[in-house]
Design a protein around this ligand. Structure first.
Ligand code: NAD
Ligand code: DAU
Length: 376
């Protein structure tokens, strides 16, 4: 595709981040500002998954601007681009939870597809009017997922950038659609965009609807640890800061029009993850009355259409751009558990109100099949 490869490394104009109050977005904003890479404008609707408290430590920084708003609002996006003249758009905003996409897909199509379309149109209009180095350096970075590639059998090779798209959940289909739109805007309109497809992230500030923070939160309270189906589904785990650094690398040195897969080479079954978490909690909370935490495991009705295995081949990103994951699964998971233990107030804040309704809706209809013994 396009050969423009000026990168944005030496330019300290602002970047526009969408969805920066969510899990990965807030880690990215904190990491970016800590590295002194220039101002950030964060456009976030603040859905249930967005939490401004994640960014409390930078709230007063002159380099940080928060705008509450919807990426589907074309006039707002156009105004922000004109006002702040960003050198890049880093697009995280999405509905991101597979189970919610099954019980209510509408918001996924709206934000993930229409929202990305709106951003692309606004970005294109903005980019078309840029000249000189502003134009050469501009990037649209679309943060996407490995779920667009579908599911793998146990011996299949890991997903690579040429693996055909085969999304299986409404979430994955909506992200695949957004990837296709980005590709078309590069090809047809010359928008200097790059797509990254990353595997499962974990780390601080992840909303406790996702496997790892949900298991930690439930285990702390002595609640059942709901393992879907047989617990043998495999995910390829990456510590969130490694993902953020990969995105920085791609912004600096990635080739326009390319896709880069991001993953840490940490394939684990869900049951292995839960076992490791329980062992960490046994060690780090020796006074817990719920030890051994593994006894809290409960097998429950599987997720409909549940993908069996994801695995990422990240050799393109590693070989071409020199990125490497720094954190092993063991060190990353320990840091994560320590963070959740030290930030129980954060967990309490986000698990009040609407969260309880979600838990009731998602888990009350799932039959429990077996408990702890089978998990040992
Ligand atoms: P998240 O659900 O934690 O955060 C999403 C953020 O987007 C929230 O702050 C929310 O308020 C905001 N948002 C939602 N709809 C919006 C709208 N219409 N306008 C503006 N803001 C809106 O998600 P996450 O886990 O941080 O994922 C971020 C991105 O990374 C997503 O695009 C997701 O598909 C992708 N991704 C996630 C993972 C993962 O493991 N979590 C892995 C690969 C890729
Ligand atoms: O692969 C990248 C994707 O990873 C991202 O694009 C998504 O935004 C992100 O949510 C994540 O999707 P998963 O569906 O893999 O993540 P989740 O944490 O929901 O589930 C991980 C695995 O754990 C999955 O096989 C389902 C299982 N699970 C999940 C929950 C919430 C359980 O067994 N029990 C549970 O209660």
């Amino acid at each position: 595709m396009r050969s423009n490869n000026a990168g944005i490394a030496d330019n300290h104009a602002p970047i526009l981040v969408t969805g920066g109050a969510g899990f990965i977005g807030s880690n990215f904003v904190l990491d970016w500002l800590a590295a002194g890479l220039g101002p950030v404008v964060n456009l976030d609707k603040l859905t249930y998954a967005g939490n401004p408290a994640n960014l409390a430590s930078v709230e007063a920084s002159p380099d940080y601007t928060f705008v509450q708003g919807d990426i589907c609002d074309r006039a707002l996006v156009a105004r922000l681009l004109q006002q702040h003249r960003p050198r890049a758009i880093v697009h995280f905003a999405a509905e991101s939870h597979v189970d919610r996409s099954i019980s209510g897909p509408d918001a996924f199509l709206r934000t993930n597809i229409d929202g990305t379309f709106t951003l692309l149109q606004a970005a294109r209009e903005y980019y078309d009017a840029l000249t000189g180095s502003e134009r050469d350096g501009f990037r649209f970075l679309h943060v996407s997922t490995d779920e667009v590639y579908g599911t793998l059998a146990p011996d299949d090779p890991a997903f690579h950038e040429d693996t055909p798209y085969a999304p299986n959940s409404p979430y994955a289909a909506s992200k695949a659609s957004s990837d296709h739109l980005v590709r078309a805007w590069v090809h047809t309109f010359g928008l200097p965009a790059i797509i990254t497809n990353c595997s499962n992230n974990y780390g601080p500030y992840q909303f406790p609807e996702k496997l790892i923070p949900l298991m930690i939160a439930n285990a702390r309270q002595g609640k059942p640890l709901p393992v879907y189906g047989d617990g043998q589904q495999v995910r390829d785990w990456l510590y969130v800061i490694d993902h953020c650094r990969a995105l920085r690398t791609v912004l600096e040195r990635g080739r326009v029009g390319e896709t880069y897969n991001v993953g840490g080479g940490n394939q684990r079954s869900n049951l292995e993850v839960v076992r490791t978490l329980c062992a960490l909690l046994d060690e780090l909370v020796p006074q817990s009355k719920f030890r051994p935490h593994i006894e809290l495991v409960q097998y429950v009705t599987d997720r409909p259409g549940h993908d069996r295995r994801y695995a990422i081949d990240a050799r393109k990103l590693e070989g071409e751009l020199g990125w490497r994951a720094q954190e092993s699964f063991e060190t990353g998971l320990r840091k994560t558990v320590e963070w959740y233990l030290a930030n129980s107030g954060w967990v309490e804040n986000v698990t009040s109100g609407a969260y309880q309704q979600w838990v009731a809706q998602n888990y009350s209809g799932r039959k429990a099949h077996a408990t702890a013994e089978a998990a040992r």
